[in-house]
Write a protein that binds this ligand. Sequence first.
Ligand SMILES: [Fe+2]
Length: 154
Amino acid sequence: MKLQNVDSSIVATVKPEHPVFIDPATIPWTPWVIEGTFFKLMHVKEASGGFTMFLKVEGGNEAPVHNHVGAIEVYIVEGAFNYDDDRGETGYYGYEPAGAIHMPESPGGTIMFAVAYGPLYGYNPDGTIAGIVDGKALYEMAKANNAHKHLHME
Ligand SMILES: [Fe+2]
């Protein structure tokens, strides 16, 4: 199959309501839900609880165990992180399935672009749920840091 052009009198292009592109450098980092991590929220999927973000992890960070309600796709922009011997380097793509429970490590720090298809949650020391991290919660955190003006809820 090959796509071909069609006359605009048959299929007209549609201009989106908001600009397609944004420079992430114009968005400030906001502290994320794990010590030593920061995020730039790029998109919120309200109905599913999903979200898209850049996540920066400072070196020497060992994140607490967390549970993925929705899958996550990641692209490692800088640095590296790993789940035991499963290691992602700069330029790597990763897929974390829904239901994954794990504890990422990033000894040298990393910046990743992540698309979450649903929320994730973390635990208290006694195993109870400490909090649900969904797109709306991240939106409120970004808003409190004045890092939300480019966002359009879906
Ligand atoms: Fe994860």
